[in-house]
Design a protein around this ligand. Structure first.
Ligand SMILES: *Cc1c(COP(=O)(O)O)cnc(C)c1O
Length: 364
């Protein structure tokens, strides 16, 4: 058996750093529902500053972050324009319908993770027609997961914001991995979301914190989001204990976790180039790997999902974990704790697993 597990299922498996644990142990705390927790306030202010917005709100998860933003922006019976395989549409238990009371109008993503601006324009409902829902929000996801973590550019975000704003509709960016996008594009995160009305980002993914997300936007919007958080049961008391890790992650300098995301992107690219050279790996153009996601298939399209299952089993026996992803794909995500030397071990394990997988395909 291998000496340690290499877990590439997600960047959510990251562990807090020693500096985070120390900051958590020593955090000055208060009752955050009374607005008394200095550590939560410091995190919210730092996040708002980094993203160029007036105010921030610490929430339990990215899902809660997106949900409070939808609640703050969208009236019951409103409609949200979003990408068909985005997290908000695909992975949040239909919170838009159950809690917000909104419908979603979905549009497909192109290979670069964007929706066609002309299609976005055409997706707006006619507010003068009493039959139709009222378009109340446009959402973008940056990075965009299902296109293999493509970063959306400042110009594209501004273009979509202009389309929405012309019609008096706000733009929300689900920026779960917005700092990955900023690092990949080499632009400050605040530029990337300058045109957006709200942004939610995760501390608990590549930034390696144990818990939490932050929502940012204008002061009045954040007040509505705060009320929505309370409604959802997300008002936490001495939350500074967990917020302290977030403040470490957002620091400049070596204890911060933003700049080092570039290492994850390099490791993902290295992994993708190694994989793409192996016969039997399909659907992977390694030059499309821009951030921490690698998506690929095992065996030809007519082989079904058995080669994938055999591949993942064989990998796990070798101490390497990856995860199933839609469209017969496998996902590997690089993150803090995965070193370049680990990638070499992963590639050797993949070579062995492929032999097992392709046999499974042949004998199905
Ligand atoms: C992970 C993720 C979320 C939600 O985060 P949780 O903290 O798991 O609720 C939202 N959007 C995207 C794009 C994500 O990848």
């Amino acid at each position: 058996m291998p000496d340690h597990l290499i877990d590439l299922r997600s960047d959510t498996v990251t562990q807090p750093t020693p500096q985070m644990r120390r900051a958590m142990a020593e955090a000055e705390v208060g009752d955050d529902v009374f607005g008394d927790d200095p550590t939560v306030i410091a995190l919210e202010e730092r996040a708002a500053d980094l993203l160029g917005k007036e105010a921030g709100l610490f929430v339990a998860s990215g899902t809660m972050g997106n949900l409070v933003c939808q609640m703050a922006h969208v009236p019951r019976g409103g409609e949200i324009i979003a990408e068909a395989e985005s997290h908000i549409v695909h992975d949040e238990a239909a919170g838009h319908a159950v809690v917000v009371g909104a419908s979603v109008r979905t549009l497909p993503a192109r290979a670069d993770g964007t929706m066609d601006p002309a299609a976005i324009r055409a997706a707006f409902r006619d507010p003068s027609d009493s039959h139709e829902p009222i378009t109340a929000l446009v959402c973008l996801e940056n990075t965009h997961g299902h296109s293999m973590g493509q970063p959306l550019t400042t110009d594209y975000t501004a273009e979509v914001a202009a389309i929405a704003h012309e019609r008096g509709v706000p733009l929300h960016v689900d920026g779960a991995r917005i700092f990955n996008a900023a690092v990949a594009l080499g632009v400050p995160a605040r530029d990337l979301v300058g045109a957006a009305d709200s942004v939610s980002f995760c501390l608990s993914k590549g930034l390696a914190c144990p818990v939490g997300s932050v929502v940012v936007g204008a002061r009045e919007f954040i007040w509505k989001a705060r009320r929505a958080r309370k409604l959802l049961g997300g008002g936490m008391r001495q939350a500074g204990v967990i917020a302290a890790a977030g403040s470490v992650a957002l620091r400049d300098g070596p204890e911060g976790m933003i700049d080092r995301l570039a290492e994850d992107h390099q490791n993902a690219s290295r992994l993708a180039h190694g994989l793409a050279a192996m016969p039997g790996i399909e659907g992977l153009d390694p030059d499309r790997v821009r951030t921490d996601f690698v998506l690929f298939q095992v065996g030809p399209p007519d082989a079904g999902t058995r080669p994938r299952a055999a591949f993942l089993d064989a990998l796990a026996q070798d101490g390497v974990l990856m995860v199933e992803y839609p469209h017969r794909q496998i996902r590997a995500v690089t993150h803090h704790g995965i070193e370049t030397t680990d990638i070499e071990r992963v590639l050797s394990a993949c070579r062995r697993a492929l032999a097992a997988a392709l046999t499974a395909g042949v004998t199905r």
